[in-house]
Design a protein. Structure first.
Length: 592
């Protein structure tokens, strides 16, 4: 690493550290109180060996017992005061640290919620989870212990050095002779530990990402009997983390004994020079004892200081990753001065729209169409034709590169995102059910939706029938992704969820693709009522479900190729007729 890289790294570290300190500003008075207590504790710890040295000298001089008792009471008072200060300092720091970590975790999750869907398309879930859990938790030790202990150990080292020089300059200088070796060893340890900590955090992220992905896809792994291969792949990633942790452990395994060895050498020097001074009468036995106690105490904070620098490096490595996430800008920004659409009617216009997820790999090419308010429009076409992309663009989950999309004549980029999406109800093919109960999955934490609203919505979409037969009814517990419910039941729940929010525009992406015929009949009956008075846009796998749409738009390779009613498109003898006849032929061959 050249000098320029070192300077850039230092500059980045200063930026990260200053941002971390910013989270402590609201608790500056508590931190100051903890710092004051730490300084009191440091003074008390420095004073204890002095009292013991004085007691030894009193015994050597055959002093009255009352003097020894006085020193004993003082020592007891110092211990008690130290205990109280340690308790208060620990309580203040832990409370402050937990509050700061709570705030950071809240900020991280809030920021994740505001990121655009494109971020989640390209970022593994396990990586995001690591940022919000492991990396945030790594900061707790820094706020709760490291910062104040760094100051405490620094103050202890300086205090010990000053007191030893005051007691005897010659012996103190002999003890300090090893300091250059200690400083060099500490600097080397700091540099190596920073590198090992960064590698470890990266390996933890990789392992969490792998676990998250493969636990979600466990069904696929077992269907294709790839358990052995996946175990081997996991073993390699686990070994990478093991090696990273092993390197980290070896750094400490070398550093700690080295510091201990230097402390023994320093102690030997003190005993050798101190004994000569005692014999010559230059110092007392009590003073020698005090020096021995101080030299034992002198190297411990140096070792702790270096290790705390290592822990600080770990926290800094985690902080860098957290701030990288927090610096991620949402691709979909709210307009600075949003236009209030008022009561949305639901007239949607695509005006020469071009859209690509990346670069100029166009998914939609010069697409134009109009959906009148309250009408029903269906999109059909082969896989990859751009149908689902159109649905995502209406809710502005992605931004277009060219053209314009308007609702009631207003460009959707000029409307507040929350107001826009509140007017749109989406029913997806892959329904996500959260851990909780039936009621919470319909309400989704929107407290103005009452229990009566939930029951009404469920009855409207024919979901109440299966819900009422569950042991817990609307309070029946459900697991993540709703694995205890059938595909049809999950889809009915998603309809109830959408209805409860009472949208003006209804968007359905293959809403009946994974549902049995009996359940589909229930949904079709509910949809007829649901679509009344609402603008409805649907992508359907079964063309039979969209025959009564006001308009059917045929997409092909990102372009609008045909448009009209079911009968008009059949009469046109184009792509739609071929798709329709192919599906009829397939269904006829499948039927018993």
């Amino acid at each position: 690493m050249d000098r320029k890289e070192i300077e850039l790294e230092k500059s980045a570290s200063r930026g990260v550290f200053s941002r971390l300190l910013g989270y402590a500003k609201p608790y500056i008075l508590w931190m100051a109180a903890a710092l004051f207590l730490v300084l009191v504790i440091t003074v008390l710890e420095l004073y204890r060996p002095v009292i013991m040295g004085e007691v030894i000298d009193l015994f050597m001089e055959d002093a009255p017992f009352s003097e020894v008792r006085r020193c004993g009471l003082i020592y007891l008072g110092v211990l008690l005061l130290g205990f109280v200060c340690n308790f208060l300092q620990t309580w203040v720091l832990q409370m402050t640290g937990q509050n700061i970590i709570y705030n950071i975790r809240e900020e991280v999750f809030d920021h994740i919620n505001r990121l655009s869907l494109r971020f989640f398309d390209i970022t593994p879930v396990g990586k995001i989870v690591t940022r919000a859990t492991n990396d945030v938790e790594a900061l707790h030790e820094m706020y709760a212990n490291i910062l104040v202990r760094l100051i405490k150990n620094t103050a202890t080292i300086i205090g010990l050095a000053v007191v030893m020089l005051m007691l005897n300059v010659k012996i103190a200088l002999f003890a300090f002779a090893l300091l250059p070796f200690i400083v060099g060893l500490t600097v080397l340890f700091k540099r190596i530990s920073r590198m090992t900590y960064r590698i470890t955090r990266t390996k933890i992220t990789a392992l969490n990402t792998y676990l998250s992905e493969h636990l979600s896809g466990m069904k696929v792994i077992q269907i294709f009997a790839r358990e052995k291969e996946k175990n081997a792949e996991f073993g390699r990633k686990n070994k990478d983390l093991y090696r990273a942790n092993y390197r980290e452990m070896m750094v400490f395994a070398v550093f700690r004994p080295s510091i201990y060895f230097l402390s023994i050498v320093a102690l030997s020097i003190i005993i050798w020079t101190g004994s000569s001074s005692v014999i010559k009468g230059a110092i007392t036995v009590g003073t020698l004892y005090t020096f021995i106690q101080y030299i034992n105490s002198f190297f411990q904070p140096i070792q702790e200081l270096a290790e705390q620098f290592g822990t600080l490096q770990s926290a800094m490595a985690s902080a860098e990753k957290i701030f990288t996430l927090l610096d991620e800008k949402p691709m979909i920004e709210n307009p600075p001065h949003p236009v209030d659409p008022g009561q949305v009617r639901g007239r949607i216009v695509f005006d020469h729209v071009w859209f690509a997820y990346q670069g100029e790999e166009w998914i939609l090419k010069d697409v134009s169409f109009t959906v009148e308010a309250g009408s029903r429009v269906a999109f059909v076409g082969a896989t990859g034709a751009g149908k689902s992309s159109i649905l995502n663009l209406i809710g502005r989950y992605y931004d277009i590169q060219k053209g314009k999309i308007t609702i009631d004549g207003i460009d959707i980029r000029e409307i507040d995102k929350d107001k826009l999406r509140a007017a749109i109800g989406q029913v997806q093919q892959d329904v996500f059910i959260f851990t909780g109960d039936i009621s919470s999955n319909i309400r989704l934490r929107r407290e103005d939706i009452t229990d009566e609203d939930i029951v009404r919505a469920a009855k409207y979409v024919n979901a109440d029938d299966f819900i009422s037969h569950l042991p817990g009814g609307y309070h029946e517990p459900v697991t993540e992704r709703g694995s205890t419910l059938s595909a049809g039941q999950r889809q009915l729940l998603s309809f109830a969820r959408t209805l409860a929010y009472n949208p003006v525009i209804l968007v359905m992406d293959e809403a009946t693709a994974n549902i049995d015929t009996e359940t589909e009949l229930l949904i079709q009956e509910a949809l007829e009522k649901l679509m009344q008075g609402r603008t409805t846009i649907m992508v359907a796998h079964r063309l039979s479900t969209i025959q009564h749409a006001d308009k059917i738009i045929v997409m092909h390779k990102g372009e609008v190729r045909e448009s009209g009613t079911h009968q008009e498109l059949l009469a046109a003898d184009g792509i739609y007729k071929k798709l329709y006849e192919l599906q009829l032929h397939t269904e006829k061959n499948i039927s018993p």
